[in-house]
Ligand binder design. Sequence first.
Ligand code: SF4
Length: 62
Amino acid sequence: MEKKSNHCIACSVHQCANNSGEGYCALEKIQVGTHEQNPTVVQCTDCESFVLGNQNCKDCHF
Ligand code: SF4
């Protein structure tokens, strides 16, 4: 199934199965969260809708 870009959600995480491949997320909505108790910088936030779609993603740690 072809993924349709949601132009309201720009995303450059091409390793994600939900990425349209055109610089956007293909989902209707995403969930953003944090893994910190007191988030202070952008690195504290996470896209919790991420799904690994590229097995060549060697930078991801599980
Ligand atoms: S689910 Fe999150 S990480 Fe994946 S393409 Fe959408 S916005 Fe990007």
